[in-house]
Design a protein around this ligand. Structure first.
Ligand SMILES: Cc1cc2nc3c(=O)[nH]c(=O)nc-3n(C[C@H](O)[C@H](O)[C@H](O)COP(=O)(O)OP(=O)(O)OC[C@H]3O[C@@H](n4cnc5c(N)ncnc54)[C@H](O)[C@@H]3O)c2cc1C
Length: 425
């Protein structure tokens, strides 16, 4: 029997639903482009929820990421952020934030300087925008206000004692307490996402506030792991502040993280409409490029699907999400076998010292693009004039060390969508 594929025709196809894909989807929708997007879970569920623009280069940390970008342009001219104007980076970050806020998760506006945001182990990192549920933590630390940090029996990935111990010398009025989480106090392991779902029920928030209240003492702030709901974190956060009568802030946990899940869920719930088809939990299995665009093929429980697109954006991420694959003889791009810029041989993937300030060369491996964000073949020519790439699959950036994950993903997605829009009918 011949199986007929279900056809989908679209102007733009976006491959990947990570931060780069999500941003590309938002920009495409904003520009009124008819879009189909397909992707599985990826690195986004591991993020802290902070949007980093540029935190450091070599060992130098930047209080002002915009000044940092000027340094980056000189020192690393091939870095994806070095080839985008600051004006466009600004526009991309602002448009992305505006849309995320409108869709239902509050983020503070990206400003002129980096925020020192709290990490689960009690250290800080420079970032440009944080969820509103986390913002009070930055202020509490700056003012060294009396603050209670709590964690929960059975929750892995966040320890109030570790957090307080590591920050105590800078923030002497910090205190730690461990509590049982209401109705999850059997002593077994408990999970942040399950607690977050439980806190979407107002009665559970009341029960939690009842156990926290007697411990507050003179605290002006309460810090707790990121568990304040999945779908309406700002509402849950506001209610907890009301119940406790003090400022409350979330601290990211170790991955997988609730703030990353929130972004993904938000996208899945808010995006699909007549002009936007979102196919979550699937991966493109085959792609054929031609003069008119591309054919993307995959199979879902109802059979084969074929998406025909005039333009395609590849935002498949790096190793964790499956956009790149490291094998015995090298690093490969998984969907189209696009040449990957990489160190010369496995021996050169890593520096000898883990904390070498130059970073590990493997972390800069990726796909080369031209000024229009079109991936290049071995001769340095665009593989297809209708294929674009965005996000951390791009070469010459080390988002871990440079603290530029969201900055690279969002800004390159903005450029890729703008370039794709130019060739659409
Ligand atoms: C532990 C951790 C913590 C982080 N913390 C931060 C942070 O605090 N701040 C920050 O700015 N950044 C952070 N990042 C980095 C951030 O997650 C990445 O910069 C960002 O997610 C990259 O986005 P991306 O879209 O390029 O790739 P990814 O998010 O990796 O997404 C790639 C997508 O492509 C999909 N895909 C792959 N192959 C296919 C295929 N064949 N067909 C369809 N889809 C496919 C995957 O399913 C996935 O949806 C963190 C990352 C990790 C791992």
């Amino acid at each position: 029997m011949i199986r007929e594929a279900r056809p989908i025709k679209t102007q733009l196809a976006i491959i990947g639903t990570g931060l780069g894909g999500l941003a590309a989807g938002i920009f495409a929708k904003d520009m009124g482009i008819n879009t189909a997007q397909i992707g599985h879970t990826g690195a986004i569920t591991f993020t802290t929820g902070y949007f980093d623009l540029l935190g450091s280069l070599m060992d130098k940390q930047f209080a002002d990421p915009w000044k940092g970008l000027a340094v980056l342009k000189k020192q690393l001219p091939k870095h994806p952020l070095a080839n985008i104007s600051q004006d466009d980076i600004h526009k991309a970050l602002n448009l992305f934030n505006k849309n995320i806020n409108k869709m239902g998760i509050g983020y503070c506006e990206p400003g002129n300087s980096n925020i020192q945001a709290l990490l689960p182990s009690g250290v800080c990192k420079p970032t440009i925008s944080v969820p509103l549920t986390m913002l009070a933590g930055v202020k509490a630390k700056e003012s060294q206000a009396p603050t209670l940090i709590i964690d929960f029996k059975g929750l892995q990935g966040f320890s109030a004692i570790e957090f307080v111990t590591n920050l105590k010398s800078l923030w002497p009025s910090l205190k730690a307490e461990r509590l049982p989480f209401p109705n999850m106090d059997s002593g077994q392991q408990i999970f942040a996402e399950v607690m977050a779902q439980a806190l979407e029920v107002p009665n559970n928030r009341q029960r939690l506030a009842d156990v926290i209240k007697p411990l507050l003492g003179n605290a002006e702030y309460l810090g707790l792991p990121a568990i304040l709901g999945i779908h309406k974190p700002d509402l849950v956060h506001g209610h907890m502040e009301e119940l406790l009568g003090i400022k409350v802030f979330e601290i990211p946990t170790m991955p997988p993280s609730v703030p990353g899940m929130r972004l993904r869920e938000l996208f899945e719930q808010m995006f699909a409409d007549n002009s936007f088809i979102l196919i979550p939990q699937h991966k493109v299995e085959k792609i054929e490029l031609n003069n008119d665009g591309a054919k993307l093929c995959f199979t879902d429980p109802f059979g084969d699907v074929e998406i025909s697109s005039q333009a395609t954006i590849l935002a498949t991420g790096r190793f964790l999400s499956g956009g790149l694959k490291a094998e015995q003889h090298g690093i490969f791009e998984t969907l189209l076998n696009i040449p990957v810029t990489q160190p010369d041989g496995r021996d050169n993937w890593y520096q000898e010292k883990y904390f070498d300030p130059r970073g590990h060369k493997i972390n800069q491996a990726g796909v080369e693009v031209d000024i229009n964000f079109r991936p290049l073949n071995a001769k340095g020519e665009p593989i297809n004039h209708r294929l674009f790439a965005a996000g951390t699959i791009l070469a010459h950036q080390d988002w871990v060390r440079q603290r530029c994950g969201a900055g690279v993903s969002i800004s390159t997605a903005y450029q890729a969508v703008k370039c794709a829009a130019n060739i659409l009918i």
